[in-house]
Design a protein around this ligand. Structure first.
Ligand SMILES: Cc1cc2nc3c(=O)[nH]c(=O)nc-3n(C[C@H](O)[C@H](O)[C@H](O)COP(=O)(O)OP(=O)(O)OC[C@H]3O[C@@H](n4cnc5c(N)ncnc54)[C@H](O)[C@@H]3O)c2cc1C
Length: 343
């Protein structure tokens, strides 16, 4: 199947039909947290445990080179953790913002589509994170280091500013309602089109088919807990709907806190939730077989039957490609796999 790569659609985004030259920004909110205080405390804890207190200063920014040398001399296995803590300590804040805006005239779009947004003299594409039923429109933007537009959106954009909006466009769209379960997979801001779809699915009663509930899954991956966009909203939705199963997967968070959820990449975490009875005769490579044999870390007790699902995935291209390979091997019919990658 063809995986649509969002990054190839920049040029196209500028030629979409104009919705508004002057949409008004109504909300701008940082979704991530500055976590320097937590990181300092973690460094002190590690220093006390491994005996490198001398390298950790009480005041001022840590001398990361000295900390790295002292920590890895104590135990080489600390290298990735110290590196991750340093990257996070030095990261600009905010790095993840939600932006809501209103247009004079309402416009129609389908859940899963994107818009092109111009602010100043830059135009870029951003997926719509809100349901088509909502009056205002929401985007979820991640700061790309030195990125020309995302940096300005994170640092400068304010309530009352005007942006030009074109679109909508995009082919990552929901299938007609059927008895199939829905599996959404996303990393980072790839969750935006999924948020729009999931909200719409529950608002429009599309989580049922002929009175029977359909299971709706979301596997959402990020490095740190506060990089999970809409974590609270998805947790609330899971508390309200027995058929919504939310599986956040955090690769770096256990290096800072006592996160006890999934830590694998989402394409691997997914395998832990597959119903092994559905796979009896299938043969898999060593890695897939190992992941399939692992037990979930969460309390979600539903399981996925690959032959009875439709899959929607959005995020970085590398994730989307390995995910597409994994779901194909599992036996998800190709016509029910919808993937988009952006960069
Ligand atoms: C259809 C579509 C939907 C999109 N939806 C969203 C969305 O919902 N939220 C969101 O935050 N972004 C989304 N993007 C990405 C967005 O359009 C921009 O590419 C991104 O904000 C970077 O723009 P920039 O001007 O800041 O960076 P640029 O100045 O264009 O790029 C700076 C450097 O960063 C690299 N780069 C560009 N994008 C990324 C990236 N995503 N990750 C890592 N490196 C990158 C570039 O190759 C370049 O080297 C989407 C893209 C497309 C095509």
């Amino acid at each position: 199947m063809t995986i649509r790569e969002h990054a190839s659609q920049h040029g196209h985004a500028q030629s979409l039909p104009l919705i508004s030259e002057s949409a008004t920004v109504t909300e701008v909110e940082a979704m991530d947290q500055p976590r320097q205080t937590e990181i300092r405390a973690k460094l002190r804890e590690l220093a006390a445990e491994y005996g490198f207190e001398d390298a950790v200063a009480d005041r001022g920014p840590p001398d990361w080179e000295a900390v790295f040398d002292a920590a890895t001399s104590a135990d080489r296995r600390l290298a990735p953790q110290i590196g991750a803590l340093r990257d996070r300590f030095e990261r600009a804040h905010p790095a993840l913002v939600r932006i809501a805006f209103e247009t004079d005239e309402p416009f129609e779009f389908a859940a899963g589509q994107y818009l092109s947004i111009r602010y100043g003299n830059r135009t870029r594409a951003y997926s719509i994170a809100s349901s088509p039923n909502r009056e205002d429109t929401e985007l979820c933007v991640r700061r790309v280091p030195d990125g020309r537009l995302s940096t300005r959106l994170c640092e400068e954009l304010s309530v009352g500013d005007e942006i030009a909006v074109r679109g909508p466009h995009g082919h990552l769209l929901l299938e007609d309602v059927s008895e199939r379960d829905l599996v959404f997979l996303a990393t980072g801001t790839g969750v935006a089109p999924m948020k729009s779809m999931i909200d719409y699915v529950f608002e429009a009663g599309r989580d049922e088919h002929r009175g029977e509930p359909r299971n709706v899954w979301l596997f959402l991956g990020a490095a740190w807990a506060d990089d999970l966009p809409y974590h609270e909203a998805f947790s609330d939705l899971a508390a309200d709907h027995e058929n919504f199963h939310y599986v956040p997967c955090l690769s770096r968070e256990p290096w800072l806190t006592d996160w006890d959820g999934e830590t694998e990449y989402i394409q691997d975490a997914l395998l832990k939730y597959v119903d092994e009875r559905a796979l009896e005769d299938a043969a898999f490579g060593r890695h897939m077989a190992r992941m399939l044999a692992e037990r979930p870390t969460t309390t979600v007790d539903a399981r996925i039957d690959p032959e009875a699902v439709e899959v929607y995935a959005c995020g970085i291209n590398a994730m989307v490609y390995s995910l597409e390979t994994a779901v194909r091997r599992l036996g998800v019919p190709q016509r029910y796999v919808h993937c988009e990658g952006y960069g």
